[in-house]
Design a binder for this molecule. Structure first.
Ligand SMILES: [Zn+2]
Length: 534
């Protein structure tokens, strides 16, 4: 009889695959960080046995889209619930470095300046690293409950070679970027990400990204993109991504696919069939999505790209100048070619403050509300806040409609990513604490939009396959012992926009590398997580 370290008896295994037999009764034994499937009630002993009768046992959730690179390194200074939110919702692997922003790579001579900017952004010292190996070493030195890996952010790469300048790369600079990217991917980073609405990524033209995506293609790793526009020009932005994938040969992954702003509402009726047609034609295209009609980003991204050229000090200098503010107001009113312009597509009444550490009295209020209270123009309110916070204000943008969110969730090639931005203080978007239980509770159980098996596949096996996480995302003999045990009848998100870090209901146990990190919804303190390479 086999003896295990941990044994789960009586559960319904939903194995993370898309197969017709994805759910079945089975027991699961774990030893040495790996798992073994057993017939129900079959002979086995274990140091600890959990009775999971009536519960679902699924592979641990893989959050394919986070901005959590720095969070564990400043653990002591952060709210405990921010650090715990992923494991309390069953996330056993986080993929960070999305939207063009990672904590590596950079040329040595750029590191000091970039470290200073990262310190402002995260509110603590998270470092900035020459390459993926140095990043992984720093994160491995801090015990963590779940696993982490990272994409190579194009914005960081560009900043790390050229600085935050608004111009095309020279051939020499592009070669340096390709070299740093190649080294990071060879060391195990999961792919290349862009954030083409954000500075400095937005300063890059299509050809620059093609050259970099070709490096990812040589490694067989995906090109992951926050499109240049997710609003009125979302279809053109999708075509740019398709062109980049076609010319470079890289698999394409569209981040947090949405069609936001009043001019683009309903446009998923065009973008999704386009992606389906590309797939039918043989192109490898996937996307991720979070289950909310609001997004969250930096307040600075509401301004035209030229406002941020030169970095934070240059931005705050422009914001203090009334003439420059008038030019920004004009840009928002009239638009700028190639720039998404969130406020022009919606309005300041859809932008609320999520996090402004030195002005917490503004958190939860819209810029429009603040403008009325202060008797000021909304842009002047935003400018004053950005100056006072040294550029670091997070906002929530209520920019989408429910039909679009549901269509993307239901697309057969979409996987789940929280897009969580864990930072100290404020009222962050509830997706950091609620995404996975919200899909399983609201969209699976309450609305019947997806089957349980399909939803689990989007959170596990599909994600692992896309990002090269071998032996994860599935329950099979010999797979890594990352699991989540939940009650399909009660699982639900607790996090809301007013109380964004309330833990979910219905998560009974979370297991990482064969160790229980969450038991009955409470953390155990175990830290078996590691930095994964792909
Ligand atoms: Zn993004």
């Amino acid at each position: 009889m086999t003896h295990f370290e941990l044994l789960l008896r009586g559960g319904l295994v939903v194995d993370g695959t898309a197969g017709a037999d994805a759910s079945r009764r089975a027991d699961i034994g774990m030893a040495g960080g790996r798992l073994t499937l057993l017939p129900p009630g079959g002979p086995a002993t274990a140091r600890e046995t959990l009775d999971v009768t009536g519960l679902v046992v699924a592979p641990g959730f893989i959050d394919v889209h986070t901005h959590s690179d720095g969070v564990t390194l400043i653990d002591g200074e952060l709210g405990r619930e921010i650090v715990l939110a992923p494991i309390l919702q069953g996330v056993t692997t986080e993929i960070s470095g999305n939207c063009g922003s990672s904590l590596f790579p950079a040329l040595p001579e750029r590191l000091a300046a970039m470290r200073a900017e990262a310190r402002v952004y995260f509110g603590g010292d998270v470092g900035m690293y020459e390459g993926f190996a140095e990043f992984a070493a720093a994160h491995t030195a801090v015990p963590r409950a779940n696993h982490l890996t990272s994409l190579v952010g194009h914005g960081t790469l560009r900043n790390g070679v050229m600085g935050p300048v608004d111009r095309a790369a020279t051939p020499g600079e592009l070669e340096a970027m390709c070299g740093l990217l190649d080294r990071a991917l060879a060391a195990g980073a999961a792919g290349l990400s862009t954030g083409l609405i954000y500075t400095p990524g937005t300063y890059a033209g299509t050809d620059e990204v093609v050259a970099l995506a070709a490096v990812a293609a040589r490694h067989g790793k995906p090109y992951v993109t926050h499109l240049r526009d997710e609003m009125s020009r979302v279809e053109e932005a999708l075509e740019e991504a398709v062109e980049i994938a076609a010319r470079s040969g890289a698999p394409l992954h569209v981040s947090h696919h949405k069609t936001a702003g009043k001019y683009a509402w309903g446009r998923t009726e065009r973008t999704l069939p386009r992606i389906a047609a590309l797939r039918a034609g043989g192109m490898d295209v996937t996307c991720d999505v979070y289950p909310y009609t609001a997004g969250s980003t930096a307040l600075g991204a509401m301004l035209p790209p030229w406002a941020s050229e030169g970095g934070i000090s240059a931005l705050t200098a422009r914001l203090a100048d009334p003439g420059q503010r008038d030019l920004m107001r004009l840009a928002i009113a009239e638009g700028v070619p190639g720039w998404e312009n969130t406020v022009g597509n919606g309005g300041w009444d859809r932008i609320s403050i999520a996090c402004a550490p030195r002005h917490s009295e503004t958190e939860g209020l819209t810029i429009a509300e603040l403008a009325v209270t202060r008797g000021q123009d909304p842009l002047d309110v935003a400018a004053a806040l950005l100056v006072a916070e040294q550029g670091e204000v997070t906002i929530i943008s209520h920019s989408m409609i429910e039909d679009d969110v549901r269509r993307v969730l239901a697309a057969p090639y979409s996987m789940i990513g929280s897009d969580g931005v864990p930072k100290p203080g404020g009222r962050p978007h509830p997706r950091w604490a609620g995404t996975f239980p919200r899909v399983l509770g609201h969209y699976v159980r309450e609305l019947g939009l997806l089957s349980l098996e399909t939803a689990v596949h989007k959170m596990t096996g599909m994600a692992a396959a896309r990002f090269g996480l071998r032996g994860r995302g599935v329950i099979a003999d010999g797979a890594h012992a990352d699991l989540v045990v939940f009650d399909p009848a009660t699982i639900a998100d607790g996090a809301t926009f007013t109380d964004p870090l309330v833990p979910p209901a219905g998560i009974h146990a979370v297991i990482v590398a064969g160790e229980i990190v969450v038991r009955d919804g409470v953390e155990t303190g175990a830290k078996p997580g590691s930095v994964l390479t792909t």
